[in-house]
Design a protein around this ligand. Structure first.
Ligand SMILES: Nc1nc2c(ncn2[C@@H]2O[C@H](COP(=O)(O)OP(=O)(O)OP(=O)(O)O)[C@@H](O)[C@H]2O)c(=O)[nH]1
Ligand SMILES: [Mg+2]
Ligand SMILES: [Zn+2]
Length: 348
């Protein structure tokens, strides 16, 4: 195996200076555990423990699955992380408002959703805004086409959310339906699969691999919610040459740093806002409101407007919470240093 097989490319090679080229070697992160990371240097897998210095850095600067690291000559220590060409992240569920990295250096993201009641326009918008900010190409994979008579209706619903995202309609259990999907899985390409639990991410990984790599699970009949069969992220090298990253079902995808993606997805709405008579129109009951007019004429889906406003608010709130936390952490650091200094002075 060579590094190229794991996605190494000039984008990363160009980041090394001469000394690094001679004295270090590159390795890709395959998995991240609590106390160690698993990397491959192209020859084999290695477990590394990261020095404490890595943990004082902000979470976004710690290695995640898919990252490239430079190792020392004996290949047992990570020296530095290379600049990423893409990064998929979210605001972690829970009260702490931590940024959680999902994957780095992904070329293509399969947003997996199914032809069932699981399909949800507002969730699709959230996934599309997040992925459009990541630097990777998003592709929607609509699974379970075999279970409904009207699979094309789901494609139509998706088209009303995004007119241009590529869509693959599949039966994840039937390789014959995966020709289009497979085209995204060229040698050296990294593909991450994200989506709710039970939509068929692991089933797709197995069908694309042609063998069972990942366990797949059943669905509870009553609510069509999955059982979270996959519980940790893992990167798999296919015989065809692509690297597939199976991400456990995401319950929530909190927006963070997604303002550009949100703006892009809803740029048609901004164009409607521009036509309102008043520049500060709240689009409620103001005279000359182009938004209300568009809703009345059926040109604008009120759900879409609500979701846009909700996502904008959430994005602003999350970004400011994180900024405040960073400020607080910095202030605490300054305070600690000051206390230490005073203590040293007192001891003298
Ligand atoms: N009929 C049919 N069943 C499917 C399809 N895709 C997945 N399934 C079934 O749906 C169930 C869940 O699939 P998984 O691949 O485990 O789902 P997952 O997305 O990996 O779920 P988590 O690991 O929980 O995130 C399994 O029983 C699959 O056999 C499909 O396209 N058609
Ligand atoms: Mg799974
Ligand atoms: Zn208005």
């Amino acid at each position: 195996m060579k590094l190229q097989d794991y996605g190494w490319s000039p984008f990363f090679a160009n980041q090394l200076d001469l000394t690094e080229m001679e004295s270090s070697s590159a390795a890709r992160v395959l998995a991240v555990h609590r106390s160690a990371i698993v990397v491959t240097d192209g020859e084999g897998e290695r477990r590394l423990t990261l020095g404490s210095g890595w943990y004082t850095a902000e979470p976004a600067l710690r290695p995640t699955v898919g990252d490239w690291l430079l190792l020392n000559a004996t290949r047992d220590k990570a020296l530095r992380m290379l600049e990423r060409k893409s990064l998929l992240k979210r605001l972690a569920a829970g009260p702490t408002a931590e940024v959680q990295l999902i994957a780095a250096n992904v070329d293509t993201i399969f947003i997996v959703t199914s032809c069932s009641q699981e399909f949800n326009e507002s969730r699709m918008e959230r996934y599309l805004a997040t992925t459009s900010n990541s630097g990777a190409q998003a592709v929607v994979v609509l699974t379970k086409m075999d279970l409904v008579a009207n699979a094309d209706d789901y494609v139509d619903r998706l088209r009303r959310v995004s007119t241009d995202v590529p869509v693959e309609l599949v039966n994840a259990l039937d390789p014959a339906t995966l020709i289009g999907t497979r085209a995204w899985c060229a040698p050296g390409q990294t593909v991450a699969l994200i989506g709710s639990s039970g939509v068929g991410k692991s089933t797709l990984v197995n069908s694309l691999a042609g063998r069972t790599i990942q366990l797949t699970g059943g669905i509870r009949e009553d609510d069509a919610h999955g059982r979270h069969t996959t519980t940790s992220r893992s990167l798999h090298l296919l015989e065809g040459g692509a690297l597939l990253l199976d991400v456990p079902g995401l319950r929530e995808l909190g927006l963070v740093g997604a303002e550009h993606g949100v703006a892009e997805l809803f740029d048609d709405l901004e164009a409607v806002f521009d036509r309102c008579r008043f520049a500060d129109c709240a689009h409620q009951s103001e005279p000359g409101c182009a938004v209300q007019a568009a809703i009345e004429s059926g040109d604008l889906d009120p759900r879409r407007l609500r979701n846009y406003q909700k996502m904008l608010r959430e994005e602003a709130r999350n970004t400011s919470t994180i900024a405040q936390r960073h400020e607080a952490a910095k202030a605490l650091g300054r305070l600690h240093r000051k206390i230490k200094k005073t203590k040293r002075r007192d001891e003298r």
